[in-house]
Write a protein that binds this ligand. Structure first.
Ligand code: IPE
Ligand code: IPE
Ligand code: MG
Length: 267
């Protein structure tokens, strides 16, 4: 049997283990490890980023096929400007190229694309492609792909605080009205349900300033696989792991047929 067939078979086996009733609606991914993947192969880092784009296409397809509704990916953080200018330029060009080449297919697949982050420092060409891609796909409802670029969770929270402070000082709202719902309505992700699952590749166990507010109760899955080696098989493993979690949201789990007994607290 060829390796490709074997991988297909094992992917099918995993698919069968998935509970279709418990598929996460929103999955967020920190796509990490591109540089290390290339370096390990003796290649310049840019090859890792290029390969990472094909992986994103595969995971977009896999998550849609599985029945997820929203995928939010971290493509460039507010801290990534610290990288050598050549790498930053390469990434910015790559975003433009990929978007130009893929937008028609994204649209045909009824996917809505949205960019989350402060795009103002990017070159005009990229800003234009972003804006035309968003307006082309704005009425697509099958699936939502959020691409976080020049995104930072802290910056987003500060932005919301500033908006609410301005609205308070102009009298549009009363400071006492500020609550989670109002806060949510000012976030860059407003209207989008929080991710049930966060996947980070490359074994790093940190959030790196990603969706700090929205990930409050997400299940976290760390994969040791570097992003350019990530695939549908690894994605399904993450989903199966997620489905085995007991999401308590601060409460306690009662076993089926068990009822809460106050007697547990009587002395
Ligand atoms: C993730 O891969 C892509 C971006 C942050 C743009 P990295 O480039 O961080 O790869 P590593 O972590 O150096 O291997
Ligand atoms: C997080 O990865 C940002 C993206 C994947 C875009 P980094 O590689 O920048 O994160 P750190 O520096 O290891 O925390
Ligand atoms: Mg990294």
């Amino acid at each position: 049997m060829s390796l490709g067939k074997l991988i297909d078979n094992t992917t099918n086996d995993l698919s069968k283990r998935i509970d279709k009733q418990k598929v996460p609606e929103h999955v967020a991914i920190i796509m990490d490890g591109n540089g290390r993947w290339a370096t390990k192969k003796g290649l310049p880092r840019k090859y890792g980023h290029k390969r990472g784009v094909s992986v994103l296409k595969a995971i977009l397809k896999a998550s849609k096929k599985l029945g997820c509704k929203v995928l939010t990916v971290y493509a460039f953080s507010t801290e990534n400007w610290k990288r050598p200018p050549k790498e930053v330029d390469f990434l910015i060009n790559l975003f433009s190229e990929v978007l130009k080449n893929e937008i028609d297919e994204i649209h045909q697949e009824s996917i809505k694309i949205k960019f989350i982050g402060d795009i103002s420092p990017f070159p005009e060409t990229l800003k234009q492609i972003i804006s035309s891609s968003e307006s082309l796909t704005k009425n697509n409802h099958k699936f939502l792909l959020n691409v976080c670029v020049n995104y930072g969770g802290r910056q987003e929270i500060v932005k919301v605080a500033k908006e609410l402070a301005l609205k308070s000082s102009s009298g549009e709202i009363n400071p006492s009205e500020v609550n989670e719902e109002l806060f949510n309505s000012e976030l860059l992700t407003q209207g989008i349900k929080d991710p049930e699952l966060l996947i980070r590749t490359s074994g790093e166990k940190r959030i790196s300033n990603f969706l700090l507010w929205q990930l409050a109760y997400s299940e976290i899955y760390i994969s040791d696989v570097l992003w350019p080696d990530f695939n549908e098989f690894e994605f399904l493993k993450a989903i199966i792991d997620y489905q085995s979690r007991n999401r308590r949201f601060g409460g306690i789990e009662l076993l089926p047929n068990e009822s809460y007994k106050d007697s547990q607290y009587s002395s």
